[in-house]
Structure formats: C-alpha cells, structure tokens
Design a protein. Structure first.
Length: 396
C-alpha cells in the first residue's frame, strides 16, 4: 500500500496543518508593529496554556535552551542543587548544573521508575538552592509527582524548576498554587509545531534569585528577554515563522475548547490521557510489558521489547512498512524499548492506526498474537474514557 509520513515520536510530533500554513505565510520583519502584536498575543496565550500568572519568556532555541537558562540565571558556582533523575532528561539536568559549577546531588530512580516525594524528603537539605526535575521523563515514559514534590518545598528557600517540555499539554498543573518557580516547555511537543522555540514561566521568587545569581549568561538572559517581551519584542532575531505557527496552534486549541484556551488545554491533556490509556490497554492485551508500569505518563507510552526481539527492528518495520516513525530507546535503552507518542495532534483514529500497525509489525517479526486483541482492548479503553467524560445528566 502507499505510505504516508507520520510522526509518532515524543518530539518532534505530528504537525498541525494550520500551523504549517501560518509558517509558510509568515513574511514579517520582527521589528514591526505587526510582529509585536503577534508576539504579545503569543506570550499572553502561553500564560493561559501554561496556566500561570507569572511572566512568560520565550527563546528561539530547542527546549534545552530554556533548561540552560534555568541553571545559568538562578545559580552561582558552588551552589548545592538537588536533581531528580530517572532517565536521559534527568541526566541532562545533572550535566547542565555541573557545567555551571553547581555541586549536584541526585535522587535517582532506575530507568522506568519514578522518584517518590518520600525519597525527595530524605534527600532534601535546606542548603539546596534549587531542585531540578522533569514532569514527565520522555526517555522512559514515566510521570513524576510534581504536586507531591512541590508540597515538600513550600516554605523552603529551595526553588522548584520543572522541565515540563513533554509535561505541558499532557499533565494537569496548578503552577502558581503548587509554587513551581520555573516551568519549561518546547515547541516540538504538545503544541504541534516544529522544534525551535523554548519558553518558561518565571515566579517572583525566581526573579529575586536572579539578582544575586552569579553564573554567566548572555543569549539566555531571562531578565533581558522578559524586559523586551513586555514590549512585544525578542532580544535578538526570533524565529518569526515559528511564532506565527504557535499562534495558529493556540487558535486551534482555543477552538477545540469552544473559544476558551484554558478549556482547550484541559481537553488536550485529556486527549493524551485517553490515547495513552488505549495504548497501554492494547500492548498489555498483546502480552507486552509497559516499561514504566508504576507511573506511566500521558505524553508517550514506552513498551519493553518482547523477549528475543530488538526494538530497533520494530521501529524499522513501522517506518519501512507504514512510513510511521516511532521512537527507539535512548542511550542504554536502545533496542530494549520503543515509544509511541500521544502528546499533541493525535486523535482516536491515529491511536487506533498505530495499534493496528503494531499488531501487523509484531506478527511479521514472528510474535504469535491474535489480530485485533490489542485493538479491542484499546476500543474498550476508549469507550470507558468516553463514558467517564459524559456530562452527568440531571435527575437520572
Ligand atoms: C524533548 C525534551 C527536552 C528538550 O530537548 P531539545 O532537544 O533540546 O528540544 C527536554 N526535556 C524533555 C523531558 C523532553 O522531552
């Protein structure tokens, strides 16, 4: 059959067609009233999408740019920081903090597990200036308990920095209520546009910390960028096309929410939750094991490669046979698991198609299975989720 190119990877994700058109049409200069209006609107929409009253700052960079900003702007050489690490992105926090001369202590979980608030409570010391964590660890599919960990930091001087690059749009957050000092997102994930924009919301406590933080920063200077953002400008030449794409993506999310962006965001999170529940049900019905069974997130589902099978072969077969790109394991996990994304522009039909393709691929690689077993479990999971979200009828 013909092959359509499709991305099922947890970044970059499948693109929103309206955003692609907006990118192609964006011929603006960035020092014009037209662009300032667009930039101002996007920053305002970002606040709603993140769900915060804090200032939002955007950089033209991949997500790691905003992670670096959250280290360079908030720390001084010799600062003690605590990192939660349960995968490749937790390890990125460790590497970043060490690069800036921080003394890094780590609460670690084996790949596939989460770090519990109890573990954090034991490791946390008053001298930890900052705690760095992921909301969802995209290399393993795990979701961490941001709320539980935030509670431990209330009334302490430790800042809470959350890499929610795959957490935003897949997880319900109360950013201001829980006290998240910096929450970070990236464009190639749930907002359905290409890589190249990183953004973060910054609390007043974090702005204060920047007054005394002595690590060097230039491009990723949060205070400079925030000052310019207030005027509808970026400090340097921003990716105007991506900003236009992000505006179109928020218009889509708003429209899905019946004209309300916050409602659209909730719907997007629930959408990912439903796709994840369908996929988990399917792979288990096919006798496969979830890689992060104890605390699976909705951004993606990581599935352990069945005994005797290399996940690279599964990934390859998806691409060769169906033009669909799923993700292999990263680093040491390569060959041992595969990952299917749910964040952003994936609907029921996409999810069912990926599960159907998985059945085909596994059968061809020699696994014994009953066609339809995974699909059936997914359909049942969908029906259960749809029933749960039905509005309660009065009087019955
Ligand atoms: C994608 C991702 C990042 C950012 O990676 P970049 O390649 O710099 O965009 C960071 N953290 C998590 C959890 C991610 O999924």
């Amino acid at each position: 059959m013909i092959r359509k190119g499709r991305l099922f990877t947890p970044g970059p994700t499948q693109l929103l067609p309206a955003a692609q058109l907006a990118m192609a049409a964006a011929t603006m200069h960035h020092r014009t009233g037209e662009f300032r209006a667009l930039y101002t609107k996007v920053l305002a929409d970002l606040k709603v999408f993140i769900g915060t009253r804090n200032d939002v700052v955007m950089f033209t960079a991949s997500g790691t740019g905003a992670m670096e900003a959250a280290v360079s702007n908030l720390t001084s050489p010799g600062d003690k920081v605590l990192v939660l690490s349960a995968g490749k992105f937790g390890e990125r926090w460790e590497g970043l903090a060490k690069s800036y001369g921080c003394v890094v202590e780590t609460v670690r979980s084996p790949y596939g597990g989460t770090v519990t608030p109890q573990q954090v409570r034991q490791a946390l010391k008053p001298e930890h200036r900052v705690l760095y964590m992921q909301a969802t660890e995209s290399s393993t599919g795990v979701r961490h308990d941001v709320e539980g960990i935030a509670r431990l930091l209330k009334n302490s001087d430790t800042l809470l920095i959350v890499d929610a690059i795959t957490g935003l749009g897949t997880t319900h957050f109360d950013v201001d209520g829980w006290g998240i000092d910096v929450i970070i997102g990236g464009s190639q994930k749930a907002v359905m546009i290409p890589p190249g924009l990183a953004y973060c919301a910054v609390s007043s406590r974090a702005w204060q910390r920047m007054e005394s933080a002595r690590n060097p920063r230039y491009y990723f200077d949060l205070r400079k960028e925030n000052k310019n953002g207030a005027k509808g400008e970026s400090s340097y030449t921003p990716s105007t096309a991506l900003v236009a794409a992000l505006a179109a993506a928020f218009d889509y999310v708003r429209e899905q929410g019946g004209g309300d962006l916050a409602a659209g965001r909730e719907l997007l999170v629930n959408n990912a939750e439903t796709a994840a529940a369908m996929t988990r049900a399917a792979v288990q019905a096919l006798g496969l094991r979830l890689f992060s069974a104890s605390s699976p997130g909705a951004a993606l589902t990581a599935v352990a490669s069945p005994d005797g099978m290399d996940s690279s072969d599964i990934v390859k077969a998806f691409r060769n046979q169906f033009g669909a790109v799923i993700a292999n394991g990263q680093g040491e996990m390569k060959g041992k698991l595969f990952r299917i994304a749910h964040l952003g522009y994936y609907d029921y039909l996409d999810t069912i198609a990926a599960i159907g393709a998985l059945e085909q691929v596994l059968a061809e690689l020699g696994r014994r299975l009953e066609f339809g077993a995974g699909l059936r479990a997914a359909q049942e999971a969908y029906a259960a989720a749809a029933k749960e979200s039905e509005p309660a009828t009065v009087g019955s």
